[in-house]
Write a protein of this length. Structure first.
Length: 276
């Protein structure tokens, strides 16, 4: 693929995850690209609505499930508003994949803890399915996910599937006041629930994605639980635009998030300037 040229993809299905979050299931119009396109969990792509502009989202589907490429997006600005109006059968442009990825191969034989908040489950979800589709190659798996309210939870049908798996510990929480009368999950902010669940840190990799404030207050909890900084992974997607390290919008010190990331360990983040 020409990394500078958007390839045409067709919307095969649209899922309304929440009132302001949608998931597109996409396929390349070129059958050869459908067959040959490859990516790693954690990489991102540039999605374009012709005549409106281009947006950056992670690839939310797993490389172990190649039938569709999936992206989830929250209504935020001009391009996502244009995307909201698209229908099944419409065409988008797609450039990618770009960036680095989660070290799934290096994670084999270890316990994995997934922690996500809101639409931050999208980049985590691709790794969750990557790991679950290779379940025998990993040890204990824990999923902790939270959102402001029940209606803000994404991938609800998949959450139920994870909860039904006997070899996966799944904990779902909503912020105080975000629960209905028949809510059966946890109530509390994600950092508090992580502290309550207290996943073991020995031989464990943690992947954390979500709102900056959630990540800020979850990191100290992980350190207190004994996690090493190099074993805590997250993603930065702030200000990414071109995906190629040319426009400079995602530059932080000597790092370009789109080229050197978007996946970073907490140890790497500690070495970046405070403006990330």
């Amino acid at each position: 693929m020409n990394i500078y040229k958007p390839e045409l993809v067709e919307i095969k299905d649209i899922i309304d995850e929440t009132p302001d979050i949608k998931t597109f299931k996409l396929q390349f119009k070129d059958p050869q690209l459908n067959k040959n396109f490859s990516f790693q969990a954690g990489q991102f792509a540039e999605y374009s609505v012709f005549g409106e502009g281009e947006c950056t989202f992670c690839i939310a589907s797993s490389p172990t499930r190649p039938e569709f490429l999936e992206c989830s997006f929250k209504l935020y600005g001009k391009v996502t508003n244009a995307m909201r109006k698209l229908k099944v059968g419409d065409t988008l442009g797609l450039r990618g994949p770009y960036g680095n990825y989660f070290p799934v191969e290096e994670m084999k034989g270890k316990n994995i803890v997934f922690i996500a908040g809101g639409i931050g489950l999208a980049p985590v979800r691709c790794v969750i399915w990557n790991v679950l589709d290779l379940r025998s190659e990993f040890k204990d798996i824990t999923i902790i996910y939270g959102a402001r309210t029940e209606s803000d939870l994404v991938y609800k049908h998949e959450i139920e599937e994870w909860k039904s798996m006997k070899d996966v510990k799944t904990v779902i929480t909503v912020d105080p006041g975000g629960q209905s009368a028949d809510w059966k999950g946890e109530v509390g902010f994600v950092p508090t629930i992580v502290e309550k669940v207290a996943p073991q840190s020995e031989n464990t990799v943690a992947i954390i994605c979500g709102p900056p404030v959630m990540i800020k207050y979850t990191m100290p909890v992980m350190l207190n639980l004994g996690f090493k900084q190099e074993n805590i992974l997250t993603t930065l997607e702030n200000r990414m635009k071109c995906g190629l390290g040319k426009c400079g919008r995602c530059n932080i010190g000597s790092v370009y998030v789109c080229k050197d990331g978007p996946v970073f360990s907490y140890q790497q983040l500690k070495e970046l300037p405070e403006d990330y």
